[in-house]
Each structure stands twice: as structure tokens, then as C-alpha cells.
Design a protein around this ligand. Structure first.
Ligand code: GLN
Length: 315
């Protein structure tokens, strides 16, 4: 077994000293104020050991990492019918792009770009009220992480609701094609709310455990999704989790991963570990600059990559 304590310490030290830190998202004003000097990391192994580095306890805005948990909930509600309304292909476009929606008649490429996540939010809203649906979503994430303190950051929610014109455009456009059942404002109230959840690296790595463990929470044995569904969610994270940088992330890290513009990334080493990293500075595609680099270092040091033989003796 690797010396994960030393590996996490080394990576954290390198990331804290790294000169090129990226830029925080500025289209959601409070995110622009987050200190890019910070870095946090947490690894939870299949057998329940937790390794942390840097600001692993500091809360950050979950943003698009929430799309993994939202997809999990939506598949539980409507199963494979979801795929009539959302595709499963990488978009090759930015997370908030509208360009493919016209030629593809309001069907978003995948559930991890904004348009796809807005359809997923419409499914999760069902016939309910946004407030109740957001409470249900928050309870689900608390259950996954086994932590009842997880909550929505109201300042971020208000700010994104006031500035989210592009998401409103995406929602209205899909509504015009008949791919939203509920009013765009209600769907976005849930979508912005799920994005505004605040979590730290430990909580996020804990919440991702079911994806490394064939759909069950390892310590309780509680089943969240079937093994087949966990595998498919991981496949979508690998192919679509970093938008138009998904290929580069697979090349550099080789693990299913989902990023958010708050600077967090959840990565899954199936059968081995759930990993969360956070650093607020983003690269040109809106993914955490140092979070990606930290995961690349981790994959090199551990051989944890779905393209390496994770169970080959001696690796
Ligand atoms: N809430 C953000 C948005 O809709 C999420 C984007 C992201 O994290 N990539 O723009």
C-alpha cells in the first residue's frame, strides 16, 4: 500500500507553492473574492481511512460538482427514461454553451453541461416546489456524506439567481423545445440552489464514496444506486465531467472526475478511493487549475487510474 500520508503532504506542499494558480470565477461575484492561495485535499479509501492536506476543512461552493448527485437522484426518479431528454456524449463545448441546442432541438449533449443539468433539475423538481426539492437534494447530499451540517450558502444562491442570465436563456430555450416541464424560474431555483451548497474536501470525498464502491456507501452498506448505474455515472464523469477539457483530464489523470467553478473536483478511483481537491483558481475551461494538477500528481504517485491496472501486484 502507498504511503498516502506522505503523498498527500508532498502534493499539498507543491500546490501551496505553485506559481500559476489560475483565476477564480468572476461571473458569480462572491466567487471572485475567494483566495486562490489556498489548496485543500481529502482522500477516503474503500476501507474508510481518511487522508487530508491543506485547507481540507474549508467550505467552498460546490457548483457543478452537484451535478453528479443531481444525476444520481434523477436516475432514481425516472431511470433510463432520462436519456430521452439528455444525451450521453461529450459536448466539446464550454459548460454554459448554447450552440448545440438549436441543431439538437433542445436535447443537451450530457447531464454535466449546464443545459443538461437544468433538465436534470426539472426531473428532480417533479411536481414539487423548488424549496422542498432543494431541501430534499440537501438531505440526499448529507446522507451521502454522513454529515448533517451541509447546507446551502444563501449569499451565493442570491448572487447567482441575480446574475444567471445565461442559465435563464438555456432554460427558456429548452422550454421552447418542450424539454422542460416546469417554469424555467422554478427549475433554476433548484439548479442554483444545488450549485450553492457549501462543502469542504472531507465532506465531498465522503459524499463520493458510493461511486468507488459499486453504488453502496462502504461503511453502512447502504445502497445508493446499482453497481451498473454507479459504473455509468463514473463513465459520464470520465467522458463529460470537465466539459471541453474532459479529454485532457482523462489524459492527465485518468479517473472519473467532476469539476465546479468553485474550484472543487470530485474524483473516483473505483474500488480504491474517493478523492476531493479544491483550489479556487480556474483554468481556461473553468476547471480548478491546481486541483487538476494535484490529481495528476496523485495518479502518477499511486498508479490510481482506470487506465492503469489498479490491482496489478506491485503497482
Ligand atoms: N452554477 C454554475 C453555473 O451555472 C455552475 C457552473 C460550473 O460549476 N461549471 O454557471
Amino acid at each position: 500500500m502507498h504511503d498516502l500520508t506522505a503523498i498527500v503532504a508532498d502534493i499539498t506542499e507543491e500546490m501551496l507553492a505553485a506559481p500559476d494558480r489560475g483565476r477564480p470565477a468572476d461571473y458569480i461575484p462572491p466567487l471572485a473574492r475567494v483566495d486562490v492561495g489556498k489548496f485543500g485535499m481529502a482522500i477516503v479509501t474503500l476501507d474508510g481511512r481518511v487522508f487530508t492536506g491543506g485547507s481540507a476543512d474549508e467550505l467552498f461552493s460546490l457548483q457543478s460538482v452537484s451535478k453528479v448527485f443531481a444525476l444520481t437522484l434523477a436516475l432514481g426518479r425516472v431511470g433510463d427514461q432520462l436519456w430521452n431528454r439528455v444525451g450521453r456524449e461529450p459536448s466539446g463545448s464550454a459548460f454554459n454553451s448554447i450552440v448545440q441546442l438549436e441543431s439538437e432541438r433542445g436535447i443537451p449533449r450530457n447531464p454535466f453541461i449546464n443545459a443538461g443539468a437544468i433538465v436534470v433539475a426539472d426531473v428532480n423538481l417533479g411536481r414539487g416546489a423548488p424549496r422542498e426539492s432543494l431541501a430534499e437534494f440537501t438531505r440526499f447530499v448529507r446522507h451521502l456524506a454522513d454529515d448533517d451540517t451541509i447546507a446551502v450558502d444563501q449569499e451565493i444562491l442570491k448572487s447567482e439567481s441575480e446574475t444567471g442570465y445565461r442559465n435563464l436563456a438555456l432554460a427558456n430555450y429548452m422550454k421552447s423545445f418542450g424539454n422542460l416541464n416546469r417554469p424555467p424560474e422554478d427549475v433554476l431555483a433548484l439548479y442554483f440552489g444545488q450549485c450553492a451548497i457549501a462543502m469542504n474536501c472531507v465532506q465531498l470525498a465522503m459524499a463520493g464514496r458510493y461511486l468507488m464502491a459499486a453504488g453502496r456507501i462502504p461503511d453502512s452498506g447502504h445502497r445508493i444506486v446499482s453497481a451498473a448505474r454507479a459504473r455509468r455515472i463514473n463513465a459520464l464523469m470520465l467522458t463529460c465531467g470537465h466539459y471541453d477539457a474532459s479529454g485532457d483530464f482523462a489524459f492527465r489523470v485518468g479517473l472519473p472526475g467532476k469539476s465546479g467553478v468553485g474550484g472543487g473536483i470530485l474524483a473516483v478511483a473505483p474500488g480504491v478511493a474517493s478523492i476531493a481537491v479544491w483550489s479556487a483558481g480556474l483554468n481556461a475551461q473553468g476547471n480548478s487549475q491546481l486541483g487538476t494538477l494535484a490529481l495528476e500528481r496523485l495518479a502518477v504517485r499511486t498508479g490510481w487510474s482506470v487506465f492503469d491496472g489498479m490491482n496489478v501486484p506491485g503497482i
